[in-house]
Design a protein around this ligand. Structure first.
Ligand SMILES: *Cc1c(COP(=O)(O)O)cnc(C)c1O
Length: 403
């Protein structure tokens, strides 16, 4: 199939739910991807933050290959070796208190399980979520997600979700009632525009939850596994959640989600209360085992911190150069750059010059590169952005003067 056919077939037969860009990816290696014509791109999109360890890491590829030759399916009602290996790893890298895991296949499923768990454990039904939050799009997770565009067509949603301003402790406190089961929070909001909360916010939430007997759910689907410069973002704030939601990068590109909880919390699920046919699938477990090993062996959290500071520094220099850039913010290699206008042209312009970058809302560029991105690649990204922003600015000035 040639490029046009490939694009045509997906446009014709695939549910039309993604805002697509006309690139056909054919391979990837570390922080680079190539299209069908052999054009190379530095991947600051990382499949929406999935490719933390880089594309096609040989250890993951090898682990998947080996597992695929022995066992591809094993339901959770039976045991298999690789799943035990993965569970040991997850429990070893998460705080001691969090030692029970529900395995699923995506972020939204990790959140669904957390919501059900919070309700079952507390016997209460209200959940406090935040304005700007993104937790997924299945009906339960969608009810915790903030964006009206995603929610409105599907009302009525699950009742008893309240949204309060992110970072505003007093508003959270005011929203608590006798029927509050949990607070669900992203330690840094991703889809909401790379919002980093005030330093004391998460510890204040933790205290509030302890005080009122409410569960704290951290959705680290985007921030987890080293992205922000710590293995988990809650470590920046010196807190431990009661329930932790993981997915995206957990299995190096293979679908997997995990809900990790305190033993007493997870034990409120009785046999049959929740399940997933594919949950804990051996192939995904093999991929996740290798991924976690790579993150630790290659010290990727530290790399995210060092490269993130370098990247943010360079983007700050761009902000000083262009009035059109309002703010640069982020932690580690989870970075947002807010503009005073729509960024679609910048994304398309960067793509033409070999850089893939995401948005987060209309006016924010978002960078979620593999943590193995090099300083030289970061330099290239920033130089391309510089050119693209300059061209865009010139064009805007031209249009103004011709009006
Ligand atoms: C992406 C994301 C989700 C949803 O994950 P899916 O795998 O797309 O279902 C949930 N929460 C956060 C914080 C995310 O970034």
């Amino acid at each position: 199939m040639n490029e046009n056919e490939i694009i045509h077939i997906q446009d014709k037969y695939m549910a039309n739910i993604y805002s697509k860009k006309p690139i056909v990816l054919s391979k990837g290696k570390k922080a680079l991807v190539w299209d069908l014509n052999g054009n190379e791109y530095i991947d600051c999109m990382g499949a929406y933050g999935v490719c933390i360890i880089g594309h096609c890491h040989p250890k993951v590829v090898d682990s998947i290959r080996k597992q695929s030759e022995t066992l591809l399916s094993c339901h959770g009602s039976l045991y298999n070796p690789i799943r035990s290996q993965l569970l040991k790893k997850i429990v070893a890298i998460t705080p001691k208190k969090l030692d029970k895991v529900f395995l699923s296949n995506s972020g939204t499923e990790a959140v669904e399980a957390a919501i059900k768990l919070a309700r079952k454990y507390t016997g209460k039904s209200e959940i406090i979520a935040f304005m700007g939050a993104y937790h997924g799009k299945t009906m339960g997770a969608l009810s915790a997600t903030w964006n009206k565009k995603y929610r409105d067509p599907y009302k009525p949603l699950v009742p008893s979700f309240k949204h309060v301003p992110y970072g505003n402790y007093e508003r959270v406190r005011g929203a608590i009632s006798n029927n509050t089961a949990a607070i669900i929070v992203e330690p840094i909001q991703g889809e909401g525009g790379i919002k980093v909360p005030p330093k004391e916010f998460l510890s204040a939430l933790r205290e509030l939850c302890d005080d009122k007997n409410i569960l704290l759910i951290c959705d680290e689907v985007q921030t987890g596994f080293g992205r922000t410069g710590k293995l988990f973002a809650f470590e920046h704030y010196g807190i431990i959640p009661d329930i932790l939601c993981l997915a995206k990068s957990i299995a190096g590109g293979v679908p997997m989600g995990a809900t990790v909880a305190r033993n007493d919390v997870m034990s409120s699920f009785k046999i049959g209360d929740h399940s997933s046919t594919f949950g804990g699938n051996p192939l995904a477990c093999a991929a996740a085992c290798a991924t976690i090993e790579v993150i630790i062996e290659e010290k990727l959290s530290e790399r995210a911190e060092i490269n993130g500071n370098y990247f943010i520094g360079k983007l700050e220099a761009l902000r000083e150069k262009y009035k059109l850039i309002r703010e640069v913010r982020g932690l580690g290699l989870m970075i947002g750059m807010e503009f005073r206008f729509d960024v679609l042209n910048l994304i398309l312009g960067s793509m033409k010059q070999g850089i893939l970058v995401l948005d987060a809302g209309r006016n924010i560029l978002r960078f979620l590169p593999p943590l193995v991105i090099t300083k030289e690649q970061i330099d290239t990204v920033v130089n391309v952005l510089d050119t693209v922003i300059m061209e865009d600015e010139n064009e805007k000035l031209c249009r103004q003067s011709s009006n």
